[in-house]
Design a protein around this ligand. Structure first.
Ligand code: SF4
Length: 307
């Protein structure tokens, strides 16, 4: 099947099976075209919680589909590629977190949504890159254990002054941004401002004109790019898909990725072919044990309440 046939058949299957397709913004353009909603983890978790579809197909990575299942236990949740697993989420484990909690009794556990369900279940509140600072600010009068992203944790600590124990995890896509990348990008694209995701290291964040989640970066560009004169532009310090997507929307503007190496290979495991197969065969179903789900849902709902 070619691209148009796949898109048509996916739309038909979706209607027939009362399914909804959610796609993270790092998915490639074809997959985004097939989706009902495109967004970041927070937006998609809210969509997952609010939909009345029987099936949720999550074009993203494992922890996102798990989060959808946690919030929508009565729906069938499908992940089109079995291999779409986030390496940062894989760096956190429930046993390690329990040990840390024993060492710091009374500490509040804030866990980034990029984590396995078992780790969420050990947490008091979840956060995303959009609301992490707000959530840490809310709990800053207590000691905080933050997992698993060390860069996002350090960023929240710097902004809030909270007393934090930070897990040593990272996203290889953002952690690999360097001052060298900034030097080259600014040299190649003069007169551009730099927008960076808070999963990047502190020395990179220090050079940014704006720091925000993918949604916040997109919003910043939407609100400001038309005002910029011809010689100005933006350099986007997150997964390359965001710069590509914005360039499609604003073809007459100067929009560049900070570095071409910023590609999340796990996000790219989803294709129109496996999305079609996922709907057709109702594969690969994501389930979360009920005792884990109940505890993880409480932490996720706490985040939704504070967001
Ligand atoms: S971009 Fe980073 S955090 Fe997001 S799924 Fe890929 S590896 Fe995980």
């Amino acid at each position: 099947m070619d691209r148009d046939e796949l898109l048509k058949n996916i739309a038909e299957l979706k209607r027939k099976k009362n399914a909804v397709i959610l796609a993270h913004s790092y998915q490639d353009e074809d997959v985004r075209l097939a989706a009902d909603f495109v967004g970041d983890s927070l937006e998609l978790s809210k969509k997952a919680a609010g939909t009345d579809a029987d099936i949720i197909v999550f074009c993203g990575v494992d922890f996102m589909a798990e989060s959808a299942k946690i919030l929508s236990p009565d729906k069938k949740v499908l992940l089109p590629s079995r291999e779409a697993a986030c390496p940062m989420a894989g760096m956190a484990d429930a046993e390690g977190l329990r040990e840390l909690k024993k060492k710091h009794p009374g500490a509040v556990v804030i866990t980034y949504i990029n984590s396995p369900a078992e780790v969420k279940a050990e947490s008091d509140c979840i956060c995303t890159s959009s609301n992490a600072v707000k959530i840490v600010e809310h709990y800053k009068n207590k000691k905080i254990i933050f997992a698993p992203d060390k860069n996002l944790g350090a960023y929240c600590q710097a902004l809030t002054g909270a007393d934090m124990v930070i897990w040593n995890g990272w996203c290889y896509v953002h952690d690999e941004f360097s001052l060298g990348d900034i030097y080259i990008a600014k040299h190649e694209h003069p007169n551009c401002i730099l927008l960076v995701h808070p999963e990047a290291p502190a020395d990179v964040l220090e050079q940014a004109d704006f720091i925000g989640s993918t949604t916040q970066i997109i919003k910043f560009v939407e609100e400001n790019i038309e005002e910029m004169n011809e010689s100005a532009g933006v350099i986007i310090g997150t997964e390359v898909e965001i710069a590509k997507m914005l360039q499609l929307r604003f073809p007459h503007k100067r929009i560049y990725p900070l570095a071409d190496h910023a590609v999340c290979l796990q996000m790219k495991k989803t294709t129109l072919e496996n999305l079609y197969n996922s709907l057709l065969n109702e594969e690969f179903e994501i389930n979360v044990p009920e005792d884990v789900r109940i505890k993880a849902a409480a932490a996720l709902n706490k985040m939704l309440e504070l967001s």
